[in-house]
Design a protein around this ligand. Structure first.
Ligand code: ARG
Length: 591
């Protein structure tokens, strides 16, 4: 199946039907959006809530309707024929309760099994998006804040890509600041004679950064040299840009180790430098830039501190780069949605950048749900068991590579123990053990982060995230593996089963599972549009629980309904796998 085959979520499909009914009922009001949502009451699976709003719109103008309820009735009467809907009922206030047809749910699942889960991608009204995430600083440590940015950003990118949006994954590495000059100057001091020596001198990047910072703070003449070095770097002097390149290379190798473990793909794009003067000129021409204390700045209404466009020493800073980048992304790269991931502490910075971009007419004046737009996706802190910022015991910044390795090693130990207890350790190759430990270990770290509302702080705990009970990746991955083993044990040919179809949802728990499955697309849509990966985690966890209920009350193997129920097992496994894929978690097939 191709991506073009996506039919949209259930909500989108129902919306289409109700749009037709709205147009037929109100020929003079063609622009009304259908308001279809998942039902919170038990009278239906979905509901349509247009009657009330239409009533206040036409009240007094039309003699056709006497109250919201009569509008609800008319909307139902004018619904085009659809195999999706089993029945409807109109509440007193005009809300329309919709019950989906079992036959349609079953068919929808059968078609997905045949044509691929891609056909369940939601339809998102954006062609191209930029996701600016991870974005550590060259030669500084990549800390848990960057880990959050990387994990959340990667998931959002994956969800948009699945929804057929072209995503430019951008690692906005570092900024042209004083610290670059500091590092370059320190590199020259450590290796006055050549580049290879420099490589040796840097050794451990974090130590190198710390030592140069110390010198910068203590030695005034070094500080001055460092500040000049920035200007010479920005002026394009070869010796300086070569040294800079070298430092970048070494940093990148460090970052790459983390990305490799997490399976994250990113394109570094930080060199908006050549475009800065032009962007500033435009801001200036539009009358946005003013002088203040020797610097050139943009004041934003309601903000105390302005955006610094050109520093008093003539250099460019964080804001100069971000203003240039947003202009480039909108104009040259034609992105319709630009999404930035940083801790909530940077919210203000981005609010100001977006505001300046609106005043420069790079972004449309109105802020809302329409595109093009820019969104800042903030997140809270990662805390240690002591409730303070997550650090190592010696209160150093945790090296991310070490943290990920520890997660994997712990998983491997647990896995071996578990297999030993079941007398199955001998059936596993070393390679299988290692791959499974990686999938579960890295998956656990990601899931523990993603399942929280991103704005809240969360406590990092290996014991909690590696627990095989409760809302953890370990539990979910094992649940998936168990479904796979049910299917294997049946000894049935899955491809034949799929072609045969014949899903039936006669047991109440079968229907609940079926309904939860077909809701997948709208959950992805919601998680995308609201930039909330925890919504997908919640769906996945509920899916697993719903499956357990089904499996407890409905015998699968050896029952009269075996074929139909095996297909429900397979559909659950497929949807779970797609959730894992979107969350950047590698599935596990056996335990
Ligand atoms: N490098 C910054 C930091 O470590 C994050 C950059 C975010 N992206 C951006 N376009 N400003 O905090």
């Amino acid at each position: 199946a191709s991506r073009g085959d996506a039919v949209g979520s259930v909500k989108q499909q129902l919306s289409k039907i109700f749009k037709a009914s709205l147009q037929a009922t109100f020929p003079n009001e063609q622009d009304v959006d259908p308001l279809v949502s998942v039902s919170t009451a038990k009278f239906g699976d979905y509901q349509c809530n247009n009657a009330m709003g239409m009533w206040s719109k036409i009240k007094g103008k039309s003699t056709e309707f006497s109250n919201p309820n009569s509008i609800g009735q008319a909307l139902v009467k004018n619904l085009p024929a659809s195999e999706m809907i089993e029945s409807t009922s109109v509440a007193k206030a005009g809300f329309i309760n919709i019950i989906l047809s079992n036959a349609w749910i079953a068919k929808h699942i059968e078609r997905m099994l045949l044509n691929g889960i891609e056909t369940w991608a939601p339809i998102i009204p954006v062609k191209r998006a930029v996701v600016d995430f991870s974005s550590p600083n060259i030669a500084k440590e990549m800390h848990v804040g960057h880990l959050r940015s990387t994990i959340i950003g990667d998931t959002l990118a994956r969800m948009l890509e699945f929804s057929n949006v072209e995503v430019l994954r951008r690692n906005h590495v570092g900024d042209w600041g004083t610290q670059f000059g500091m590092l370059i100057e320190y590199l020259f001091e450590m290796s006055p004679n050549g580049e290879d020596a420099g490589r040796q001198a840097i050794g451990d990047l974090q130590d190198f950064y710390k030592a140069s910072k110390k010198k910068f703070d203590e030695d005034a003449s070094f500080k001055e040299k460092a500040q000049k070095a920035v200007v010479r770097l920005q002026g394009g002097e070869l010796k300086y840009s070569n040294a800079w390149k070298e430092i970048c290379e070494i940093s990148r190798r460090e970052f790459a180790q983390v990305y490799q473990r997490l399976g994250v793909r990113l394109v570094e794009k930080s060199f908006y430098n050549p475009y800065i003067p032009d962007a500033i000129r435009e801001l200036d021409d539009k009358g946005l830039v003013v002088e203040s204390e020797g610097a050139r700045v943009i004041f934003i209404e309601g903000q105390q501190i302005p955006l610094i466009v050109v520093k008093s020493d003539g250099g460019y800073g964080y804001a100069s780069t971000d203003l240039t980048a947003i202009r480039y992304r909108l104009r040259e790269e034609k992105a319709e949605w630009i999404i930035y991931l940083t801790d909530v502490g940077q919210q203000n910075h981005f609010d100001m950048v977006f505001c300046a971009a609106r005043r420069a007419s790079w972004l449309p004046e109105s802020v809302g749900s329409s595109f093009p737009k820019a969104s800042h996706v903030g997140f809270g802190l990662v805390l240690g068991a002591d409730g303070k910022r997550f650090r190592t015991r010696s209160s150093e910044v945790v090296r991310l590579v070490d943290l990920l390795d520890e997660a994997k090693n712990r998983c491997r130990k647990e896995l071996e123990q578990r297999l030993e207890n079941h007398g199955k350790l001998g059936e596993w190759t070393d390679h299988e053990l290692e791959k499974t430990a990686e999938a579960v270990g890295y998956g656990a770290v990601k899931y523990a982060d993603l399942k929280n509302n991103r704005l809240t702080n969360y406590t990092f705990s290996f014991d909690q995230m590696l627990n095989d009970k409760g809302n953890t990746a370990v539990y979910l991955l094992y649940a998936h593996a168990r479904i796979c083993s049910i299917i294997r044990k049946s000894n049935r040919d899955l491809e034949e089963l799929k072609k045969g179809g014949g899903i039936s949802l006669s047991h109440a728990d079968e229907r609940i599972l079926g309904l939860h499955l077909v809701r997948f697309a709208e959950v992805v849509e919601e998680a995308c549009l609201n930039l909330l990966p925890n919504v997908l985690c919640e769906y996945l966890y509920n899916l697993s629980e719903t499956f357990t209920r089904f499996y407890t009350s409905c015998q699968v193997i050896g029952s009269a309904e075996e074929s139909s129920r095996l297909l429900l097992c397979e559909a659950t496994a497929v949807v779970m796998r797609q959730c894992f894929e979107l969350l950047g978690i590698e599935p596990v097939y056996k335990i």
